[in-house]
Design a protein around this ligand. Structure first.
Ligand SMILES: Cc1cc2nc3c(=O)[nH]c(=O)nc-3n(C[C@H](O)[C@H](O)[C@H](O)COP(=O)(O)OP(=O)(O)OC[C@H]3O[C@@H](n4cnc5c(N)ncnc54)[C@H](O)[C@@H]3O)c2cc1C
Length: 261
């Protein structure tokens, strides 16, 4: 079973600054991590490989530093990794990202299953999985919490819904997005770390993917972030002093003064 895992490197903190002119993240000096949901996607890919044989290929579209996330994925059990990187891909929205990922998946060609995380913790749109499946014209199941079985060209999964689970069967090749309930990701092994260190990670550019220039990067992105900002705090708190009785008196006076009671 040949599995492709889509993995994004994201800032490992919520304390990021936004460039006020371009409305994009300022990533300098920030520690990057594998998007947490993608760690579950990778773990599920490795478990399915252990169960059914085959291999796991991890792909990531991103800047050169995303190679570190791909090496980490190899230490966690992936067999191969490919960085999808080209200046032409910069500024991509989810549509352009999905198009580019789908081109890379088509180039890999021989695959049964694509696994994505449910969403990222930076872009947070949860659009890339379904959009990529649509561009590949393959079956898609979101919120997968368990892979029950893969048999005779079909995959049977449990899908998390508000008040329980659905059991869904889809024809392969398919793309699934996974939730954290699906597994507990493993830690890297010593052997895995050694393999990751020496692994050759190719970079696939726009030329190699034969992408349509009008569909990648900023040019291929029909959406723009117009403004991004943290909400301003307009309320200030006040800690009341004195005994509990005094604090209650003082609170009642304040509320009467503000005509709330
Ligand atoms: C309106 C808009 C405009 C944007 N403009 C810019 C911009 O100008 N510059 C810029 O840098 N970013 C921009 N972005 C962010 C960029 O679109 C996203 O980083 C990217 O498309 C992934 O979307 P997401 O993070 O919401 O992923 P989600 O859809 O939440 O991710 C779901 C899953 O898809 C897979 N996945 C997502 N991204 C990748 C990837 N790159 N490689 C491999 N797998 C992946 C992962 O498995 C992930 O768990 C913009 C986003 C939006 C919504």
């Amino acid at each position: 079973m040949n599995i492709i895992v889509c993995l994004k490197q994201v800032p490992g903190t919520t304390k990021v600054n936004i460039n006020p002119e371009t409305n994009t993240l300022m990533r300098q000096g920030i520690e990057n991590i594998i998007n947490p949901f993608d760690a579950y996607a990778l773990e599920e890919g490795v478990r399915l490989k252990e169960r059914y044989g085959g291999k796991v290929t991890v792909i990531s579209m991103g800047p050169p530093q995303a190679e570190a996330a791909l090496r980490e994925a190899i230490s966690l059990g992936a067999d191969e990794a490919i960085l999808i990187g080209d200046r032409a891909f910069a500024g991509a929205d989810t549509l352009a990202t999905s198009y580019t990922l789908s081109r890379a998946i088509k180039k890999i060609k021989d695959f049964d299953l694509v696994i994505c995380g449910r969403q990222t913790i930076d872009g947070d749109t949860a659009q890339v999985g379904p959009e990529t499946a649509e561009m590949l014209r393959i079956a898609f199941v979101s919120y997968v919490s368990k892979v029950e079985e893969v048999k005779e060209g079909l995959i049977q999964v449990h899908r998390l819904i508000e008040e329980g689970h659905e059991t869904i069967e889809a024809t392969l090749p398919a793309l699934i997005t996974v939730v954290k309930e699906i597994n507990v990701p493993r830690l890297p092994s010593l052997r895995g770390k050694a393999k990751a260190k020496s692994a050759v990670i190719p970079t696939w550019t726009a030329q190699e993917l034969e992408t349509d220039p009008a569909r990648v990067g900023l040019t291929g992105s029909p959406t723009r972030v117009v403004k991004i900002f943290s909400p301003q705090r307009t309320r200030t708190g006040e800690v009341l002093q004195g005994s509990p009785e005094e604090q209650i008196d003082s609170l009642i006076k304040k509320l009467r003064g503000s005509q709330l009671i």
